[in-house]
Design a binder for this molecule. Structure first.
Ligand SMILES: *Cc1c(COP(=O)(O)O)cnc(C)c1O
Ligand SMILES: [Zn+2]
Length: 436
């Protein structure tokens, strides 16, 4: 482990992050590649900031004059450099979803569409852009991750752009699109015969022996801060206001907590007015340790063995699960789980009503949104934002057999006319079936 570690205080006077602090006991550490409170309680470390310094640096106008990417919020992110790795990550569309809203009996629904995030079509580009910028500052030359799929895509792509060496670890049974979407960037890929939790354990050992920068292990405090931008962007895109209710998927529970932190930071520095935002979380039944704890009123998580098509959120032992539970409870939100069949229905519903093809994680979010709306757990008048975190082209296996097929025809008008007739008859039959 030969990387040089220097601190924010000595490097750049405009840096606003001050230390790593243990979320459990409050012990502070210097700003190196560390993620657990090794001197006291083994709790997770989180980046802390000087909010007075941020308040002096930013205004709504200065943010709007910044780059059209997550780096317009650089003052809130744990990097020193003036030239972060900017591959156009962030500032994805916030879409008013009127047709989906009508179907669900809601009046003010928005989709935050990270299915089109850059460069690899998932929200993970946010956390990796921040983690690799910090990795470079800390002197790492090889970066790595323990991934459920999207993180490997993102780490490999952004490492390629930044000229960093890359070795990623994935479970061996991932969807073809996720594996190919990593290999194309030519990293070393380790396909581990085991589930994500086993991959993660292995990576913790490799991090200790190889001195690599693992974005979601030893760089986790920096990495996870990238998810705050999902909160910042929604607030800015709503015209510098917070929504009433958000629905987001839960894997480790990290992104959920960071949206919450992002909203609170904007309030703290005076960019938006304070508001009680309700936080609801989505899991797939085949891997729903946080939803189970919520339902049973427990304040601890019992790990499970994942078995669901929603592979990108299949974490059986979620590192930030208890914090997600706490946030859902104190904000008067909910955490729900849906079956794999409902996940597929959710993917189709979003595609048919809004023209957005999301992956299984997004299907989970939409299915839970629907369940909450039908149960009256979302007030129709609430301004609600559903976070779509990944792209459906990467999980094509999930909908195979549940969608239509093309009509193969000869290049002749009468062949088309016959096929068109058949297609319309089919559509009428399907319509009649939905009525019975
Ligand atoms: C990783 C991932 C998540 C969940 O992230 P956590 O921060 O671990 O909860 C959600 N959606 C997609 C598509 C992901 O890849
Ligand atoms: Zn501690």
């Amino acid at each position: 482990m030969t990387q040089t570690v220097h601190t924010a205080a000595t490097a750049a006077s405009s840096a606003t992050f001050t230390s790593l602090t243990c979320k459990e006991c409050g012990e502070t550490y210097d700003l190196g590649a560390k993620h657990v409170c090794e001197d006291v309680c083994f709790g997770p470390l989180e980046v802390t900031y000087d909010y007075e310094a941020i308040r002096r640096q930013v205004t709504r106008e200065s943010i709007q004059a910044g780059p059209n990417s997550i780096w317009r919020y650089r003052a809130f992110l744990p990097v020193e450099t003036e030239t972060p790795i900017d591959v156009g990550t962030g500032m994805t569309p916030l879409l008013k979803a009127n047709r989906l809203a009508r179907r669900l009996g809601l009046k003010s629904l928005y989709i935050k569409n990270d299915a089109v995030n850059m460069p690899t079509l998932s929200f993970k580009d946010r956390v990796v852009s921040v983690a690799l910028t910090r990795a470079r500052e800390l002197g790492f030359t090889t970066v790595s991750c323990a991934s459920t799929g999207n993180l490997a895509n993102s780490t490999a792509a952004i490492a390629a752009h930044a000229g960093l060496d890359c070795c990623v670890f994935i479970p061996a049974d991932l969807e073809a699109g996720k594996v190919l979407g990593t290999l194309i960037y030519d990293p070393t890929v380790m396909a581990v015969q085991g589930n994500y939790d086993q991959v993660n354990r292995l990576c913790s050992e490799v991090a200790n022996t190889h001195g690599w920068g693992f974005v979601n292990i030893n760089l986790r405090p920096y990495y996870s801060e990238g998810s705050k931008t999902l909160g910042f962007e929604v607030a800015e895109q709503l015209g510098w206001q917070l929504p009433d209710h958000i629905v987001a998927p839960l894997a480790s529970g990290s992104l959920f907590g960071k949206i919450y932190k992002g909203f609170n930071e904007f309030v703290k520095v005076g960019l938006v007015e304070e508001k009680a935002v309700r936080f609801s979380g989505a899991q797939a039944e085949g891997c729903s340790p946080i939803a189970q704890a919520f339902k049973e009123g427990r304040d601890f998580i019992t790990p499970v063995k994942p078995n669901t098509i929603a592979k990108s959120i299949a974490i059986g032992n979620p590192a930030d699960g208890v914090y997600a539970l706490e946030i859902a409870r104190k904000t008067n939100g909910n955490i729900e789980a849906v079956t794999d069949a409902e996940v597929v229905e959710g993917m189709k519903l979003l595609a048919e009503t809004e023209g957005i093809f999301t992956e299984t994680a997004g299907g989970t979010t939409i299915a839970v949104l629907k369940k909450l709306a039908e149960a009256g757990k979302i007030n129709p008048d609430e301004t609600t934002v559903a976070y779509i975190t990944g792209n459906g082209l990467k999980t094509q296996e999930a909908v195979q057999g549940y969608i239509g097929e093309p009509h193969t025809i000869e290049p002749k008008l009468d062949s088309f006319e016959r096929a068109w007739e058949r297609a319309q008859t089919l559509e009428r039959l399907e319509w009649q079936q939905t009525l019975v």
